[in-house]
Design a protein around this ligand. Structure first.
Ligand code: ME8
Length: 663
């Protein structure tokens, strides 16, 4: 029997349509779910919508419709967006469903039977948008500490949950299960919060009509967070027999904004109800746009569907999980996405596929030959491929239970390295020369190995980029069922069946012109930088393709802050260095920039030897468009100074965190 694996996203509020942030969590959960299915698990991937509470009530009133009408409409909108983004959820829960009400009542009854529910008087500050009560101590300048907005003072009779009784048990559980909350910085935050002392929690409202009525307490509805959190149990089938097959959940994936609800309240509710706790809660960071919180009023909300329409769904999926380590915050930039798309997808796997398939057609009539023998030049590439299953295991399963979290960027980096190695292998082996020389055996070997690298890359890309993996398999004439495969075996070199005939080549990731982005993807620059076109009062100045205000026709020679902030300059550490073949001036460096290791070709070879460079902290322009110098790709530029020749390298006055931005 396949082991069960229950993975969840938060259930999203139906007060607005999904944006890039919601897409991020859901794509991450879908990627994990696909990986788990590939490794033989019986997966339940759950997402859904959170439909009760004052926030929804108010949003519906503002639109002149009922809360349920609003929920119906927006919930459907979420489903449609998930379809566009390739999300294969197994269940979509709505908190207005009957099955959910049954589960909420069953949990509430268990909490009451445990003696943890009592009637009290509530007076507090309530933040409507966050659905959160705050104490006077927690308020920041009298406002909500989470969103900064004004709070309302509320006094009402309320049912309480004895949260204060659970502090020690929660701490003991966290201590005994290092991977219960990740990444570690978030775990520490939760521990500190609990250590400060937990107050009993008000779990019923009289002021909120749009909610699940409390049994035996007319006029009270259940606090929306208790209602919402129970969704995970509802989807397991609770309280019906058999729910234990699904419960406890294996992974709750959430944003850092809702950590306390998941890592303190939720486990306490479950403890009180005598139910097992989820295995792990993984919290990710926050996406901003030009350093600011996304909001409709600022006009900086990015629509994931518009991004997917321009770049393709898989490019968006890839970029979100590749760009920042999962626990970190990130700034979403379409400019950066375009660069990443061109450098890593178009020039990377897209180029590998098109050149390989073209050569199979040109030199072998479209049929992939058997390898002509072992090739020492391919050994390292094959070893890298063979290591992929372990990279996935360490990054997504946490075998040592260290609680590092979900490290989606690590498998992506390993796949990128395989693609890079394959492109370099083709370049070095020069099949076009082998053909001219009539070296058929070696040409067969090189073509076979190129195809094989693609088969393996596609297989391991599947959880991240399911549609593209399918297209690569098709281009290689393969039929693969990712849910019934030998995951570890797929990485073994030599699995591709020679003699397969390939269809004509179809480009996988056609290059994108950074200067022609659709208007829907350009974001207004921060408000203070918007100028107003004098000819049309009230109209913002035209936007250039990268979102900054278009320069006026006259160039006064000054760079604006917007010009400078387009440059991503980071501190890096040189890990490896060697001379570029046949060049006196160029060194090929592998530079760690915190999130990845970049290959950079630098014209410093007359001043520095490779040995002198290893271990040095350097300053790198990391969003320079990649270029090929003497046949070697350079993914950035080392900053140096000198009159004619390089005299010195730029560095910082003291060592800084690898990857730190220079501003
Ligand atoms: O909080 N960056 O719903 P919600 C990254 N209904 N992730 C983001 C993001 C951003 N800028 N904005 C949103 C709720 N998210 C409750 C949850 S669960 C029992 C109830 C993602 O619609 C992130 O996952 O406000 C965050 O936790 C979630 O959307 C909040 O969605």
């Amino acid at each position: 029997m396949r082991p069960s694996c229950f993975i969840t996203t938060p259930i999203y509020y139906v007060n607005d349509v999904p944006h890039i942030g919601h897409a991020y969590t859901t794509i991450a959960a879908d990627t994990l779910a696909r990986y788990k299915r590939m490794t033989g698990h019986d997966v339940l991937l759950l997402t859904g919508t959170d439909e009760h509470g004052q926030k929804i009530q108010k949003a519906a009133e503002a639109r002149g419709i009922t809360p349920l009408q609003l929920a119906d409409r927006l919930s459907e909108g979420f489903r449609e967006v998930w379809k566009t983004l390739g999300i294969a959820h197994d269940d979509f829960i709505r908190t207005t469903e009957e099955r959910h009400r049954t589960a909420v009542y069953a949990v509430y009854e268990r909490m009451r039977a445990a003696g943890d529910v009592f009637l009290g008087e509530y007076e507090g500050s309530y933040c409507v948008p966050c659905e959160s009560f705050w104490t006077g101590l927690q308020l920041v300048n009298g406002n909500c500490p989470d969103c900064g907005r004004a709070v309302e003072t509320v006094t009402e009779s309320s049912w309480f949950f004895r949260l204060s009784a659970y502090g020690d048990r929660l701490l003991a559980h966290i201590e005994a299960h290092p991977d219960f909350i990740s990444p570690p910085s978030r775990r520490n935050e939760v521990v500190q919060f609990i250590r400060m002392g937990l107050r009993d929690l008000s779990i019923s409202r009289t002021g909120v009509k749009w909610g699940i009525p409390l049994p035996d307490a007319p006029g009270h509805t259940i606090y929306v967070w208790l209602d919402a959190l129970v969704n995970y149990l509802t989807a397991s089938g609770f309280p019906n027999p058999g729910y234990e097959k699904r419960w406890p959940a294996q992974t709750h994936i959430i944003g850092k904004d809702i950590l306390r609800f998941h890592a303190v309240y939720w486990p306490a509710f479950l403890m009180s109800a005598g139910l097992p706790l989820p295995e792990r809660i993984v919290s990710h960071g926050w996406w901003t746009i030009q350093g600011e919180k996304m909001s409709k009023s600022k006009g900086n909300v990015i629509d994931p569907v518009a991004v997917a329409e321009h770049f393709g769904t898989d490019a968006l999926r890839y970029f979100l999980l590749r760009e920042v380590p999962f626990g970190n915050d990130g700034d979403f930039s379409v400019t950066r996405l375009t660069e990443c798309y061109n450098a890593e997808l178009a020039n990377g796997i897209g180029n590998l596929l098109s050149r390989t398939v073209s050569m199979v057609h040109k030199y072998r009539g479209g049929t992939v030959p058997a390898t002509g023998g072992d090739d020492p030049a391919a050994v390292e590439m094959a070893q890298g491929a063979a290591g992929l299953p372990v990279v996935f295991l360490r990054a997504l399963d946490d075998p040592g239970r260290s609680g590092r979290g979900l490290l989606f960027d690590e498998p992506l980096q390993a796949i990128r390295a395989l693609v890079w190695a394959a492109n370099t292998y083709i370049h070095d082996a020069a099949p076009w020369d082998l053909h001219k020389q009539g070296n058929d055996a070696r040409l067969d070997t090189v073509l076979y190995n190129a195809v094989e690298s693609l088969r393996i890359a596609a297989t391991f890309l599947y959880p991240f980029m399911p549609e593209s993996a399918g297209r690569i398999w098709h281009a290689l004439g393969l039929r693969v069922d990712p849910h019934h495969m030998d995951f570890a075996g797929a990485a073994r070199w030599g699995g591709y069946p020679p003699g397969t005939t390939l269809p004509p080549v179809v480009p996988l990731f056609p290059r994108k012109d950074p200067e022609s982005l659709p208007a829907r993807l350009t974001i207004a620059a921060p408000a203070q930088e918007l100028s107003v076109d004098k000819n049309e009062p009230g109209t913002p100045a035209p936007q250039s393709s990268h979102g900054a205000p278009a320069s006026p026709a006259t160039d006064d020679g000054f760079a604006s802050i917007a010009d400078f902030s387009r440059l991503r300059i980071q501190a890096g550490v040189v890990k490896e260095a060697e001379r570029v073949r046949k060049s006196e001036k160029l060194l090929k460096l592998q530079v760690d920039i915190g999130t990845e290791v970049r290959q950079i070709v630098a014209g410093i070879g007359r001043k520095f030897t490779p040995e002198e460079m290893v271990g040095r902290q350097v300053v790198v322009l990391t969003n320079l468009r990649p270029a090929v110098l003497m046949g070697v790709e350079s993914q950035g530029m080392l900053l140096a100074a000198g009159a004619d020749e390089v005299e010195a390298l730029l560095t910082t006055s003291a060592p800084v965190t690898t990857g730190a931005r220079i501003r």
